[in-house]
Design a protein. Structure first.
Length: 137
């Protein structure tokens, strides 16, 4: 059985349709904002807490639309698999890197990411995001 890290992650989308990627202190890979789900927390509660801690973002849990569960090798913990409960959050609020976040980067759907990306972001979430924003409304 693989070592699993359970997280809640946000596909955070701004009014221009860009998505936010974050990089933690001392790491190279960019990934979705979010973090580990604490004992007794629901995924959406963890998401609300993490977005507030990491980006100073106050979201209403009802704003978060559940997209599904995704798994991939963890970017920063070799031998671990990250299992993400992914939510789409549309927000026009300004984000401010805080807590362990060192850098934030907005990425447009048609922009090729030249940044190093976490496997989950690169292989699963960005393709889903590009499909979501290019889909006819």
């Amino acid at each position: 059985m693989a070592n699993i890290i359970r997280i809640a992650a946000a596909l955070l989308i701004d009014p221009q349709g860009r998505t936010l990627l974050v990089r933690k202190h001392g790491t190279e890979a960019f990934m979705q904002p979010g973090g580990k789900i604490d004992a007794g927390e629901t995924p959406v509660q963890a998401l609300v807490r993490e977005l507030h801690e990491e980006l100073g973002l106050a979201i209403d849990p009802d704003q978060a639309r559940y997209l599904g569960q995704f798994s991939a090798p963890a970017a920063n913990e070799p031998g671990f698999v990250v299992q993400a409960e992914l939510f789409r959050v549309d927000s026009a609020a300004t984000v401010t890197p805080a807590a362990e976040i060192e850098e934030v980067q907005w990425l447009a759907a048609d922009q090729t990411a030249t940044l190093p990306l976490a496997p989950l972001t690169r292989d699963l979430i960005l393709p889903l995001y590009r499909e979501a924003v290019s889909a006819p409304h």
